[in-house]
Design a protein around this ligand. Structure first.
Ligand code: F6R
Length: 262
């Protein structure tokens, strides 16, 4: 795991966007895994700037990590809407190539299997962008999730519903109870993963992910198993990391990024 600590959220967004653009720009039909929530916003803004400067993502495919169950797909906070607004439009992607799990499907299990098949059919994900929950979740794989899990229905943790209440007028009760999420096993199959985290509220989760034991109670710790995992955090999110001296030394003496897989 390569850990890059930068000064502030804007620097995190700039660096993450450059890493993603570098991977996508080298592939004729790149496949990007996208996250929702606050963490990737700066990355998407920076990527949108690169698109305006000439980065062409019109042939790129995208797969979202997760979707709420039981929310009208047209609801502004349904991840289908969020991804359209934050990713498809600003990155000038072809909407037909942007996929979000179908949380409105009658047969949710079948929808999950089809989602896994669609990722496979696209050739797998080149770079998966991730945020991290304050409880250590990635996607909506809450603590206790199987480290080998694939796309499936999950129940959100009460803490996640409270954390996401800000998107639902401050009402945790309005946050759906269930979701579809790529599994941890699905995420680990991406050819590279890039996790961004900013702010003090993520510091404990970031430290547990990077320096704690590998285990289902910190789902993000599964990234310790990934051969090309990059974590870009700001000073606040890095504040509980123990080995800053090494991370900064390694950042300043990098032999080539972990996303450099060609
Ligand atoms: C979102 C997702 C979640 C979020 C996490 C952090 O698609 O899968 O894992 O990345 O809950 O959310 P924010 O960035 O809003 O703090």
């Amino acid at each position: 795991m390569e850990i890059i600590v930068l000064s502030d959220p804007a620097a995190v967004g700039r660096h993450a966007a450059r890493l993603i653009a570098d991977v996508l720009g080298r592939r004729p039909d790149p496949v990007l895994g996208v996250a929702t929530g606050s963490s990737p916003q700066a990355t998407y803004s920076e990527l949108a700037a690169l698109v305006r400067e000439g980065l062409d993502l019109s042939r790129a495919t995208a797969f979202a990590l997760d979707e709420y169950v039981g929310l009208d797909p047209a609801h502004p906070e349904a991840y289908r809407s969020v991804i359209h607004r934050d990713v498809t439009v600003p990155l000038r992607m072809d909407p037909a190539r942007v996929h979000v799990p179908d949380g409105a499907a009658v047969d949710l299990r079948a929808a999950c299997m089809q989602y896994e098949e669609a990722i496979e059919a696209a050739g797998g994900i080149d770079v998966q962008l991730l945020g991290i929950g304050a409880n250590g979740h990635i996607g909506f794989n809450e603590p206790g999730s199987s480290l080998g899990s694939r796309t499936r229905v999950k129940t959100l943790a009460p803490r996640t519903r409270r954390d996401n209440a800000r998107f639902f007028g401050g009402d945790a009760g309005a946050v759906p109870v269930h979701c579809l999420t790529q599994g941890i096993g699905t995420i680990l199959r991406a050819r590279s993963v890039l996790l961004v985290a900013t702010g003090e509220s993520k510091a404990a989760a970031v430290a547990a992910m990077a320096e704690g034991p590998l285990g289902a109670f910190c789902p993000a710790s599964a990234l310790q198993l990934h051969e090309r995992a990059t974590v870009v955090v700001d000073e606040a999110a890095a504040s509980l990391l123990g080995d800053r001296e090494y991370y900064d030394f390694a950042r300043d003496n990098a032999p080539g990024g972990a996303l450099d897989f060609d």
